[in-house]
Each structure stands twice: as structure tokens, then as C-alpha cells.
Design a protein around this ligand. Structure first.
Ligand SMILES: Cc1ncc(COP(=O)(O)O)c(C=O)c1O
Length: 384
């Protein structure tokens, strides 16, 4: 069997044609393909605005900047996420706080978040960064209520969940990143994600002011827009009005993203089929825990199981050419965050989860034979 990774991009002939066409055109860096990608992505998630960026980390950084995070800011996120969800606050000099996870969904526990908020003086926290971990869409309606009560902003880290949704109290589907509840939502187009640009990211929002600020921050804080200029010396003239970065996506990456987006629903459907098969096969296996059934609005970036002999199973599968992964080492236990004062034992549910979690191969081009091979080898591991 050829090596089976835990995640993989799917590049079609149409994708390659779209990139080549753009390479033969006039623009390499930001050109018309950027706006096309932004418009089609905003349409896909149902938001008013979208801003394409060089990667998901840059998207998080600009969100924190746009919301004014500084050394007085205290912000809450989950320990079970990629470090970037926390780092964006640290980049801006703010303090990140962790609240433990829900043991069933593995996402930030809203009641623990509320306890943490209420344990501090009024006005202590400025925002929350919930993460749609593994593709599970966090109930942002509930987070919005909490945020409104305490005057907080919300950045939704939806890197794992384009196309995911939760069902609100009116039984309406609320797509991740639709801008109804979060101030800003971010996505990543890293190759293992649903949509691959090589590197790439997107911010979605319904807030026009934030949108305009993000456009400025994306290109050094520089504008040439005559309506925004303080002075105007002529056609060449630009102004740097705030401190920004070069976080631009290239036009050929945007062309790839737009082409990939056309197959996003197809990919989601296949991910759900794969999840259903894992669930059906493993649900009665007492060695495999942590499966809570196939959830409709789950975007299944990852399929995670819990096993006591996690390291032994991981090593066994590697020998069989199956490359599972662990998502994630709790962020508060990473040496950098331990140096900031966090320690093992601070987030017991997240740490218990980490000790047993394993992400199985999950990507649209995983074939039935490959999935059977994964399932067979996991079953054999427990018999041996
Ligand atoms: C939850 C989460 N947030 C943020 C990021 C950062 O995205 P990028 O790798 O595009 O910078 C990732 C990517 O791995 C992620 O999984």
C-alpha cells in the first residue's frame, strides 16, 4: 500500500489550468483573481465581506490588530488548537487565557469560559477566540450572547470548518464564517485543509469598518485610494496611514482557491462518507472511544478517535505506511506558553484528551480500499 497521510490536498486538471492561465496573465501578486476569490468565498460562507491573505496565521494576526488588541488586552481561547489561535494575541502584546474544553466536542467549553470571565473583575477580558476544532461548528449564537453580556468581541477560528454549520435556536443553519455572530472569522488554505492554495488565508465579516481596516493592514497600512488620502501629490502618491504588513495572497494562489472552492461541497460530502464509515465500523469496538456519531454540520477536517495505547497504535500504523497525526498538543503546555506561566495540570480535560487522541486519515481522495486498509490495521492492532 502506498503511504496514507492523515490529510492531503486534491489538485484537479481544472485547478492546474486556472493557475497556468493566471501565470500567463498580467498579474502575479494581487490582481483581479483576489477579488474573484474573495467574492466567491464570501458567497460560499454567506458573509458580506471577505479579505484574502497570505495564510491563516496572518488572518488571525490582522483580526487581533483590527480589534485593537494591545498590552492591556486579555483574551480567551481553547488549549486544543493550533498555536496560531493563541499567538495572534501574543503578537499584539496581549495576554492569552485558556479555558478547558468540552469532553464530547473537544471545543472550548462555554460554561468554563463564562466561569473564567466571571472570576475576573468586570471589563477584564476583551475577546474570545472559539475554534471550530476538527470541523465541529461551535454554537456561536450562544457565544454571542455571552460576549454581549460582557462586552467582548469574537474571532471565530474556522480554519477547520469551511462549509460547517450549527443549528441556532430558530432551527436555522448558521454557516461557519457567515458574520452573523462573530465579529471576524478566519480560514486557512494550507494543503491539508478543505481548500488548498499552497499557503493562504481568508477573513470574513459583516462589519464594513473592520473590513476597510483589514484591507489597509494587509498592505503595510498603505492606501492610494483618493477618498482616504490626507494629501494628494499626484498619480504616484500613496500614504502609509497605519502600521500594517505585507500579508497579500498572490493572484495565482487565488485562482487555485477559486477553482478548489467549486469542489468544496463535493469534498465535504466525501469527508462525511468517510466519517460515517469510521463511526459505523468502530462504534462497537470498546478500545476505540471518543466517537460521538456523525454530526450533520461537522466539516470533518479531522476524524479523531481516543485510544489508551495511542503511541503504540500510532507507531504500529506508521510501520504499515499509515501516517496518523495528533491534534493537538495542548497550547498551554508548549514550552513558550509554560514560560509565560501556564503549566501542565491547568487544563485537565484537554490534557486527558491529548493523551489518547489520534487523527485518522481523512481527505476526499482517500479511496475505499485505503480506508479499509486503515480500518483493518487498527482492528489487527487490538487483536495482536
Ligand atoms: C485551528 C487553526 N488555526 C490557525 C491555523 C493557521 O493557519 P496557517 O497554517 O494557514 O497559517 C491553523 C493551521 O494549521 C489551524 O489549524
Amino acid at each position: 500500500m502506498n503511504p496514507i497521510p492523515y490529510g492531503k490536498q486534491y489538485i484537479s486538471k481544472e485547478d492546474i489550468t486556472a493557475v497556468i492561465e493566471t501565470l500567463s496573465g498580467e498579474f502575479l501578486t494581487q490582481g483581479p483573481k483576489i477579488l474573484e476569490f474573495e467574492n466567491s468565498f464570501a458567497k460560499y460562507v454567506g458573509s458580506n465581506y471577505a479579505v484574502a491573505l497570505s495564510n491563516g496565521t496572518a488572518a488571525l494576526h490582522l483580526c487581533a490588530m483590527a480589534l485593537g488588541v494591545n498590552d492591556q488586552s486579555n483574551v480567551i481561547t481553547t488549549p486544543i488548537t493550533f498555536a496560531a489561535s493563541a499567538n495572534c494575541v501574543t503578537y499584539c502584546g496581549g495576554n492569552i487565557f485558556f479555558a478547558d474544553i468540552d469532553p464530547v466536542t473537544y471545543t472550548l467549553d462555554i460554561s468554563k469560559t463564562e466561569e473564567l470571565i466571571e472570576s475576573k473583575p468586570k471589563g477584564f477580558f476583551s475577546g474570545i477566540i472559539p475554534v471550530d476544532f476538527a470541523g465541529y461548528a461551535v454554537n456561536l449564537e450562544a457565544y454571542r450572547q455571552l460576549a454581549n453580556k460582557h462586552n467582548l468581541w469574537i474571532i471565530e477560528d474556522a480554519c477547520h470548518a469551511p462549509g460547517g454549520y450549527f443549528t441556532d435556536t430558530k432551527s436555522d443553519k448558521q454557516l461557519c464564517g457567515n458574520g452573523r455572530f462573530a465579529d471576524l472569522s478566519i480560514f486557512s488554505f494550507h494543503p491539508v485543509k478543505h481548500i488548498a492554495c499552497g499557503e493562504g488565508g481568508m477573513i470574513t465579516t459583516n462589519d464594513e469598518q473592520l473590513y476597510k481596516r483589514l484591507l489597509l493592514l494587509r498592505t503595510h497600512g498603505i492606501t492610494k485610494n483618493p477618498e482616504l488620502l490626507i494629501e494628494n501629490h499626484g498619480g504616484w502618491y500613496y500614504e502609509m496611514q497605519t502600521l500594517g504588513y505585507n500579508y497579500r495572497l498572490t493572484d495565482f494562489q487565488a485562482a487555485l482557491g477559486t477553482s478548489q472552492l467549486k469542489r468544496a461541497d463535493e469534498g465535504l460530502k466525501r469527508r462525511k462518507e468517510i466519517a460515517k464509515k469510521y463511526y459505523d465500523v468502530f462504534k462497537d469496538n470498546s478500545n476505540i472511544l471518543g466517537q460521538s456519531g456523525v454530526v450533520d454540520g461537522h466539516a470533518y477536517h479531522l476524524y479523531i478517535i481516543q485510544v489508551e495505547q495511542r503511541k503504540a497504535l500510532y507507531d504500529y500504523l506508521r510501520k504499515k505506511n499509515i501516517f496518523c497525526q495528533v491534534h493537538y498538543i495542548p497550547v498551554h503546555t508548549l514550552p513558550y506558553y509554560q514560560n509565560l506561566g501556564w503549566k501542565k495540570g491547568d487544563m485537565p480535560i484537554a490534557e486527558e484528551y491529548y493523551n489518547c487522541c489520534l487523527s485518522l486519515p481523512m481527505y476526499p481522495t482517500l479511496t475505499d480500499d485505503e480506508q479499509e486498509y486503515v480500518i483493518k490495521n487498527i482492528a489487527e492492532f487490538f487483536i495482536l
